[in-house]
Write a protein that binds this ligand. Structure first.
Ligand code: ADP
Ligand code: MG
Length: 251
């Protein structure tokens, strides 16, 4: 079966962080959640897949094309990457310029560009914001504009780094609706979250990363019973006990 993403025995290191023998496969149309504590290497792995960082050994393929300097342009057409912080992603002066940046680089005609930008802004419910400076957007608006820029490129793969952080319920529902539409079209999705609800209900499979190593990878149904998965998601209901004992102490 053709893989959308195939990470094979990848090693990488920063000064005091090592990623060791990481392998991870996503088949076409799969939605996988990558679970791991802060600092476990999730964003680093995403950057390796995008070719923003280079493995010291091992290989990464996207639709059977190796992630190398020569292939970067094509690979970045395939992948839409939503950064954890939209401010790291938006760089053009206005919303229109930002969302149209990708399509303009594809060499499309002016009317095609306009049509794609409009379509993407409509999906994220941001029509009317075209001339707004990007630095005047709220966090939620900025994230939606970042997503519009990705949608406008019609990617086959979405990589979403904590897509729901800082969102209210309505925004989360909008976002899920948008992404589910892309899933229906066969888009492959790799994302991270710390929220058990999404892990359990919004993924086909779960991979766990601990200190730069993949320590579990399996179907969501099986994953939810595994101790290693539970340990990495954490027991949020256990916080109740902590809070109660604090409250009792000050009473
Ligand atoms: N540019 C960098 N230079 C050096 N160390 C980094 C850099 N980026 C991240 N790190 C370190 O690498 C580890 C993994 O970071 P990251 O991949 O961002 O984790 P996560 O996304 O899972 O929270 C952390 O210890 C972090 O401090
Ligand atoms: Mg991260």
């Amino acid at each position: 079966m053709t893989c959308a993403i195939d990470v094979s025995h990848v090693f990488f290191s920063y000064d005091d962080f090592r990623m060791e023998d990481v392998s991870l496969q996503l088949h076409i149309g799969e939605q996988k959640v990558l679970v791991g504590l802060n600092g476990s290497g999730k964003t680093t792995l995403f950057k390796l897949i995008l070719g923003l960082l280079e493995p010291t050994s091992g290989s990464i393929h996207v639709f059977e094309r190796e992630v190398t300097h020569e292939n970067l342009w094509e690979i970045r057409q395939d992948i839409g990457f939503l950064f954890q912080n939209p401010n790291d992603q938006l760089f053009a002066p206005t919303v229109w310029e930002d969302v149209s940046f990708g399509p303009r680089n594809l060499g499309l005609s002016k009317s095609e560009i306009d049509e794609r930008v409009r379509w993407a802004l409509e999906i994220v419910d941001m029509i009317g914001y075209e001339e707004r400076p990007v630095n005047q957007l709220s966090h939620g608006q900025a994230k939606r504009i970042a997503l519009a820029g990705i949608i406008a490129m019609r990617p086959s793969i979405l990589i979403l780094d904590e897509p729901f952080t800082g969102f209210d319920f309505k925004m989360v529902s909008n976002m899920i609706e948008i992404i589910n539409k892309m899933r229906q079209d066969g888009v492959t999705i790799l994302y991270t979250t710390h929220n058990r609800f999404f892990i359990e209900n919004w993924s086909d499979s779960v991979a766990v990363i601990e200190n730069g190593r993949i320590v579990y990878d399996g179907s969501t149904k099986e994953a939810m019973d595994q101790k290693i998965v539970k340990d990495n998601i954490g027991d949020w209901s256990g916080l109740k006990h902590l809070i109660r004992s604090f409250n009792e102490g000050i009473r």
